[in-house]
Write a protein that binds this ligand. Structure first.
Ligand SMILES: [Zn+2]
Length: 70
C-alpha cells in the first residue's frame, strides 16, 4: 500500500457521510448555570462535529444508533 492511498483513505474518512452527520461526539449544554458540568442535568446537546443542537431525546437516539453501528 502506498502512502498516497493511505492519504486518500484518510481524506475520505473525514468527509461527512452521505446519510448526514452521525453526531458521535455530543457536548452537553445547560440552561441553568448551576448545573454546568453535570451530564445528567444537561438540557440539550451540541454535536462537536457539525455544531447542530440536539435535544436530550435526540442525543439519546444518536447514541443508541452509534452503539448499534459499533
Ligand atoms: Zn453532528
Amino acid at each position: 500500500m502506498s502512502l498516497l492511498s493511505l492519504f486518500r483513505r484518510k481524506e475520505a474518512a473525514e468527509e461527512a457521510p452521505p446519510y448526514g452527520c452521525p453526531h458521535l461526539i455530543l457536548l452537553p449544554t445547560w440552561t441553568n448555570p448551576e448545573d454546568m458540568g453535570k451530564d445528567d442535568r444537561a438540557t440539550g446537546y451540541r454535536c462537536y462535529a457539525c455544531g447542530e443542537p440536539l435535544t436530550v431525546e435526540e442525543a439519546q437516539e444518536a447514541r443508541r444508533r452509534s452503539a448499534i453501528a459499533l
